[in-house]
Design a protein around this ligand. Sequence first.
Ligand SMILES: Nc1ncnc2c1ncn2[C@@H]1O[C@H](COP(=O)(O)OP(=O)(O)OP(=O)(O)O)[C@@H](O)[C@H]1O
Ligand SMILES: [Mg+2]
Length: 361
Amino acid sequence: MHIEVKNLNKHFGSFHAIKDVNFSITKGHLVGLIGPSGGGKTSILRMLSGLESPTTGDIYFDGKLATHLPVQDRGIGFVFQSYALFKHMTVFDNVAYGLKVLKKPKDFIHDRVTYLLNLMGLAGNERKYPHQLSGGQRQRVAFARALAPEPQLLLLDEPFAAIDAKIRKELRLWLRNLIDEFKVTTLFVTHDQDEAIEVADEIILVQGGKIEQQGSPWEIYTQPASSFVASFIGESNVISQYTPLIGFPYLDEIQQDGKWLQDVNVLIRPESIEVRPHDVSHLATAGEKGKVTHVHFRGDSWYLEIDTGALKLFAYQSVKEKIYQPGDEVNILINHISVFTKTENIVIENQAKQDPLPVFI
Ligand SMILES: Nc1ncnc2c1ncn2[C@@H]1O[C@H](COP(=O)(O)OP(=O)(O)OP(=O)(O)O)[C@@H](O)[C@H]1O
Ligand SMILES: [Mg+2]
């Protein structure tokens, strides 16, 4: 189902929780709705579901007005953070519930429930009760129950929040495959930006009741619309008091629309920073000197904290490369920085790096 939301507003008493939100979701896409706590994610989901009415604005399903359609007529499946399974029903009866409400024939229900439980890796658990399952299994039952009546839209509100990190990583890949199999339009609320980057076709980032940016994970990561987006998605060094770095201009040397830049945030992604030993001369001419202050092992990389005097930066180092110790002197080559003004993100390349290297005869 194609979803379109137009000028959506929600007031709770005098509190303006959702402020003129507009977005659309392509049929069959999995969209990640992310943002800080209190941003409005659940409120948007509840308005799409019909559990909450918008104060103003409209919702269209496949081009048809659906703003005030009753919940049961929307063709929606839900999965929430807390396993809202029926405690006194078996796994089979939980999954069969929506089909019984629709008065489907008994044989049909049996076949559909069996098919879904097989797909979820839950065959053999039909007669168990929710308390006899692990958290991951319960959540898979919740997905089977939501998918049983063939919903046109699946709404997921932090479905993996109560599940530990390793199982959660497995479940997110499983979810991606599940959505591909069912081709059901899905809106997936998560706090976890990595989860959204990995599984979503598109991300909608909300903050303070407004959409900050909508785009593919790649677009949002590489072309963030604001310093807030850049620091929310992926990791960044955020520099509010910018003093020029080697290879980069003073801010008052950069003009935008005939005006000198001021009131900006500078961000440096850790992956744009190269760290090398002190005696590598070509980095010395284009880079900063620094001292390693902390080293943390992250399994697939080292996380280095470096003090340049003017700045404290963090950078990654591959596990295959030299292992630094706190106190080591290093050269840091910053390949580019992002300068965020109120309206724009300007990416500036390191000029010193482009200069010809000195030739020694
Ligand atoms: N029924 C309500 N009455 C009054 N205020 C509400 C109500 N529901 C939500 N709010 C407020 O609206 C804002 C958005 O809440 P919402 O639950 O949508 O945020 P969220 O992005 O889902 O947050 P979280 O990540 O913590 O779940 C919050 O400030 C919240 O306190
Ligand atoms: Mg919420």
